[in-house]
Design a protein around this ligand. Structure first.
Ligand code: PLP
Length: 402
């Protein structure tokens, strides 16, 4: 029929991660377990609002006297505070050559970074780890830049494929952009050691490469400082750096969409030019960022008492993640003492790859009712004292499937 402008659109397949949640919801089996979801869960299976965030939110609401737009860069105080959280004292030193903009969560920061690269150099190539978070490539690639993958994970030994990674980086042309996960690599849980970060910094510096650091889990690997060490090492040495910050996980403000993109340029004049482009990109897509999540996070970080409450809550989350890793590794080892599951305890953050064949993953979902995306990424936060034996049984049951 004429005028049916959308009539030719075909229904798309579900998103690889969001599709798992949908399949989980549809399953009527009461024993079902969701290890696919990308959010933190407490021992009751809830994703609560942290107490510090709740308190800050009430104060923000009580004191808010207007709803007029925030500026194009969003909440400038928020931008400065989250960058200071990421960079520590270095933030002050780099301030003059930084252009920061509040974004729609970490995804918005990644996309804003890609749009900036496209604006500055449309032929930009961003190299992402193989594997990487399922949304990295769609999110960045849709801005028109080119993407390639660098070796990152040694599936057989479950460690960083460091020699191969370094050899790949050593052959990149000047100006190539390298996306690095600040900590808690998604989906492998395998991070660079500080020595490896230093070696990466050497290559980036020597070859004139540009790091783009995705910091979505600061505080959820070891602690807020340790998790930022690699990033800080790069920021102290590299003349140009992009930093995408997400507050979704560590502040538990997922749906508020709080994040920031900070670009560090070679000098203050370039930083000022970058800020104008960031504002224009935002203006052309959505005009101004939302206020609420950023205002809450800024309040938490700016109030020493609330900040301490929040830090303690982050410490509780990370301790639980580590306990769950030990718990699941122990239950698996008890069932299969002939196999080594200690890698689970050496990895960091919420995710690990089970490393099972596709048929085994399908059987986990369809027969065992334990859900995860097709790559076998599990969210440890979906495990609990109550379900760990079922999870271990299910994994052991499908181990041999090819
Ligand atoms: C590696 C990584 N980067 C960025 C994000 C973006 O998070 P958000 O847009 O929800 O803040 C996520 C969320 O899952 C992630 O896992």
């Amino acid at each position: 029929m004429t005028g049916d402008i959308f009539g030719n659109l075909e229904t798309l397949p579900p998103d690889s991660i969001l599709g798992v949640t949908a399949a989980f919801r549809r399953d009527p089996d009461p024993r079902k377990i969701d290890l696919g979801v990308g959010v933190y869960r407490d021992e009751f299976g809830n994703t609560p609002v942290p107490a510090a965030v709740r308190e800050a939110e009430q104060a923000v609401l009580a004191e808010q006297v207007t709803k007029v737009y925030v500026g194009p860069a969003g909440n400038v105080e928020f931008n400065e505070r989250v960058v200071a959280l990421a960079l520590g004292p270095l933030a002050t030193r780099l301030r003059d050559r930084m252009a920061a903009i509040q974004t729609v969560g970490g995804c918005g920061a990644l996309r804003m970074g890609a749009e900036m690269l496209h604006a500055a150099a449309p032929d930009s190539v961003v190299h992402v780890s193989d594997p990487t978070w399922a949304n990295h490539e769609p999110l960045l690639g849709n801005s028109g830049i080119t993407l390639q993958r660098y070796p990152y994970y040694e599936a057989a030994t479950r460690v960083v494929a460091f020699d191969r990674m370094l050899a790949y980086l050593e052959h990149l042309p000047p100006g190539a952009v390298v996306l690095l996960h600040g900590c808690c690599h998604n989906p492998t849980g395998v991070d660079l050691s500080l020595e490896q970060w230093a070696a990466v910094a050497d290559v980036l510096e020597l070859r004139g490469l540009v790091p783009f650091v995705d910091l979505a889990y600061q505080g959820l690997g070891d602690d807020l400082e340790t998790d930022a060490e690699g990033l800080r090492l790069l920021a102290a040495r590299l003349p140009t750096l992009l930093l995408a910050i997400s507050c979704s996980k560590n502040f538990g403000v997922y749906r508020e969409r709080a994040g920031a993109l900070a670009v560090f340029a070679q000098n203050a004049a370039t930083a000022r030019a970058i800020a104008t482009h960031q504002a224009r990109i935002g203006r052309r897509m959505y005009s101004m960022p939302p206020d609420h999540g950023a205002a809450i996070v800024s309040r938490v970080l700016g109030d020493p008492r609330l900040r301490q409450v929040w830090q303690d809550e982050v410490a509780t989350m990370v301790a639980r993640m580590k306990e769950l890793r030990t718990l699941l590794a122990g239950r698996l080892t008890a069932r299969r003492p002939d196999l080594d599951f200690s890698w689970l305890t050496r990895q960091r953050g919420m995710f690990s790859l089970l490393g099972l064949a596709p048929a085994a993953i399908t059987a986990l979902c369809n027969e065992e009712h334990v859900y995860m995306p097709p790559d076998g990424r599990i969210n440890l936060a979906g495990v609990s004292d109550a379900n760990v034996d079922r999870v271990a049984d299910a994994i052991v049951n499908v181990l041999g499937r090819r």
